[in-house]
Write a protein of this length. Structure first.
Length: 255
């Protein structure tokens, strides 16, 4: 047997370590759509902690990556709004400062308060930006959410089984209980997000990990699930390197 070059051995070790880390500790993802804006932008590249949920459970307010229940070959990212056994309610809410009627979430009788911040423009559409506060274990997770300035709001669940739904209004389920071992998730871009309101709860076994930092960011085109291939991530990263957003690098989602 010929002597194996040292560089080849070192390269093989590096690949093995990277694969081990990716499988057990940390994995990189990129954001393909606007569903989590303004928290995560199209072209944000994030790291996801895959170990944390092996020793703990997802909490309300966590940003999680999970296998899409309708098509487990796809990975989705959303925010946990409620967990197993939680009672969730949607209620209409008029904000006098913004002078609009929107909706807010209440979990186990406690509302997720909203405070109006500003009117934002994105891709030719206008959004009302609010600060949402989620109470978690005596603390408060604060983050921004968007509500569309156009009449596209969905204040409730489109269709759910009678076992979960407790109260209906306008053909929507506005009060329900999250099943055991499942999570109710929503995008921060509330009127531009396909989430649990439309396709159901996320089973615990589908949860892959918790997003914790943006390691790079750049201007890239949005993607649809049909656009994703094994080369998509490399292409998006290359485009992001050409048009970087340096001010977003290093943003953490830890509390």
């Amino acid at each position: 047997m010929k002597h194996i070059p040292k560089w080849l051995v070192e390269f093989a070790v590096i690949v093995a370590v990277v694969l081990l880390i990716r499988a057990t500790l940390v994995q990189a993802f990129n954001i393909p759509s606007a569903s989590m804006q303004p928290t995560l932008l199209i072209g944000d590249f994030i790291l996801v902690n895959k170990l944390v949920y092996r020793v703990s459970e997802p909490r309300r307010g966590d940003i999680i990556v999970f296998k899409y229940p309708v098509n487990p070959s796809l990975d989705y990212i959303k925010r946990v709004i409620a967990g197993p056994g939680d009672l969730v309610e949607f209620e209409e809410f008029y904000d006098p400062e913004a002078e609009i009627k929107i909706y807010r979430v209440k979990v186990n009788g406690r509302e997720y308060s909203l405070k109006y911040k500003k009117l934002r423009s994105f891709n030719g559409r206008f959004y009302y930006e609010f600060e949402e506060k989620i109470p978690v274990n005596g603390k408060t997770v604060s983050h921004e959410v968007w509500y569309s300035a156009y009449p596209t709001k969905v204040a409730g669940l489109v269709s759910y089984g009678e076992d979960e739904c407790i109260e209906r209004k306008y053909n929507l389920c506005v009060k329900f209980r999250v099943p055991e071992s499942h999570y109710f998730v929503m995008g921060d871009n509330r009127d531009n997000s396909e989430d649990s309101r439309f396709w159901g709860f996320v089973p615990r076994e589908n949860v892959l990990g918790k997003a914790f930092v943006i390691y790079f960011s750049g201007e890239v085109p949005p993607l649809t699930p049909e656009d994703v291939t094994i080369f998509t991530g490399f292409r998006q990263l290359f485009l992001a390197l050409l048009h970087p957003r340096l001010e977003r690098i290093g943003r953490y989602f830890i509390y």
